[in-house]
Design a protein around this ligand. Structure first.
Ligand code: ADP
Ligand code: MG
Length: 476
């Protein structure tokens, strides 16, 4: 294809070494930064966030399709979040065997019983895709998953286009410079957060980022914080522990942490069981959910983003429930789905177990977890399925068709990693942002994209897990 980086360039070791040095400096100058693992809670010494030496060719049509479908994904997540009957049916089997999802579901029920105190909804998500290439068929955009909780890299991905543009200039590849699209998710994400803050209606109130104990990726979040400060909206960073020590609700259910009123809680932590290392952490989550603060995401939207819900959405007729009079929206969403299969007890689940055991290489087995490194493939898939196939335990997983993207050649730049030409697979994400007040959708946008690339040897894992690196699409 026309936009590929010429192989003479990829094979020229001297030039590649020079370019890699230039590239690392360009990343530092642009602020594509991450704290180092030795000191995850200090910015005294930082390094470049890992990235590819060259951008990766992506068909323009698929890229535009991902952007166009994003607002429908926003609407879909929002509609699911308002449908407790659907969430109940979809998650019933999962919560009977998966303690973490069950615990989240209990919070959801608690809030439902108490009555929601806040009618402002703020959704920031990222829908991730790979470009599937089946033999004899055109390349097609297929969804991996949608992240409704703590979707990251909206900050750093806004700085990476200029890094690759610079590298291409130095490498003499001027023809393709214009094929790297602009990208600025941080601005769009912050705009939605700012809108929610404004609707909350208290000038004194702050935006609280609920953050991890280990904060290597803080600089990614700082981009969004800075956009808010530019609008004179104050942000604070607190952990679950801080909220349990100094958080309280007043008689109107307003949330105060360290005596500051919180208008918006933006969760960047709380999607993994290990994020809740004490009962107090769970109590804090419940307190925040019950408060008047706008939660991003609220517990309903958190549950809407589970892998089990994704599997249920792929069943016939389910999208129609949410878009009864919009067949073209249903079609646009559905064409991005691959086969997703239930492992619930019963005839259908039995059939799917047999199918997976017969042809394990066609599938990915997924537990209800987020954050990378949890999926199961190949012979391990058979081992796990054989172990759980006759018990309820199998309902903690879903089965998904494996997407087979066309590999590309690139160099992955990571601190202390030798420079080596690698066969790579890429994953495209689109950032969605929406704000609803009562029945009025006030913002519903696609605010940018993210391309991540990893060595094809790795089946799983994101940037934070040290597997994928930041990249740019080179549209053709
Ligand atoms: P997580 O919540 O852990 O991020 P994902 O569903 O995004 O879970 O899967 C993690 C990684 O596994 C993805 O980034 C992708 O590289 C790979 N993966 C997931 N699903 C598939 C699939 N259906 N086909 C091929 N690779 C997949
Ligand atoms: Mg993922």
């Amino acid at each position: 294809m026309a936009q590929e980086i010429p192989s003479e360039l990829l094979m020229n070791n001297t030039l590649i070494n020079d370019l890699a040095a230039v590239a690392k400096d360009a990343a530092l100058l642009q602020g594509v930064l991450m704290r180092i693992k030795e000191s995850p809670n200090s910015s005294e010494v930082v390094t470049f966030a890992p990235f590819t030496l060259f951008p990766t060719p992506v068909p323009k049509a698929c890229f535009l399709q991902a952007i166009a479908v994003q607002t429908h994904y926003n609407t879909l997540m929002d509609k699911i979040s308002q449908d407790p009957d659907f969430l109940h049916e979809a998650l019933a089997s999962t919560i009977s065997v998966d303690d973490f999802t069950a615990r989240l579901y209990r919070i959801h029920q608690h809030v439902l019983k108490e009555g929601r105190s806040q009618s402002i909804v703020l959704g920031l998500n990222r829908s991730d895709y790979m470009l599937d290439q089946k033999e004899g068929e055109p390349i097609s955009l297929k969804q991996i998953e949608i992240n409704t909780f703590a979707a990251s890299f909206g900050g750093l991905s806004s700085r990476i286009p200029d890094v690759h543009r610079h590298i291409l200039k130095v490498a003499g590849q001027l023809k393709v410079l214009k094929c790297i699209p602009d990208n600025d998710p941080a601005v769009g994400l912050a705009k939605a957060v700012a809108k929610a803050w404004e609707l909350y209606g208290s000038k004194r109130a702050v935006i609280m980022f609920l953050v991890e104990d280990q904060q290597r990726n803080i600089l990614d979040q700082r981009y969004i914080e800075n956009e808010l400060w530019k609008r004179n909206i104050a942000t604070i960073r607190k952990k679950f522990e801080d909220v349990s020590k100094s958080g309280k609700l007043d008689e109107k259910k307003r949330l105060f942490v360290d005596c500051q009123e919180v208008a918006v809680v933006y969760f960047r932590n709380g999607y993994m069981p290990q994020n809740y290392n004490s009962e107090q952490a769970w109590e804090s989550r419940l307190m925040m959910e019950c408060s008047l603060a706008v939660k991003c995401p609220d517990i309903n939207t958190h549950l809407a983003g589970t892998k089990k819900v994704q599997q249920v959405l792929a069943q016939p007729g389910v999208l129609e429930r949410f878009f009864p009079n919009e067949p073209q929206v249903v079609e646009q969403l559905r064409t991005t789905f691959v086969g997703l299969y239930t492992l619930d007890m019963g005839a259908e689940g039995d059939k799917n177990v047999t199918m997976a055991l017969e042809t394990p290489d066609r599938f990915v087995l997924k537990p209800q977890r987020e954050g990378g490194g949890n999926n199961i493939y190949g012979h391990e898939l058979c081992e796990v399925l054989n172990k759980v196939k006759n018990s309820d335990e199998r309902m903690a997983y879903i089965l998904m068709d494996k997407i087979r993207p066309v590999p590309s050649q690139n160099y992955l730049l990571r601190r202390e990693m030798p420079l080596k030409l690698s066969t790579c697979l890429s994953e495209l994400g689109c950032f969605g942002a929406y704000v609803r007040q009562g029945n009025d959708m006030l913002i519903n946008d696609c605010v940018g994209h993210l391309l991540r690339t990893k060595n094809s040897e790795h089946l799983d894992g994101g940037v934070a897990a040290g597997v994928a690196v930041l990249d740019n699409p080179l549209l053709f």
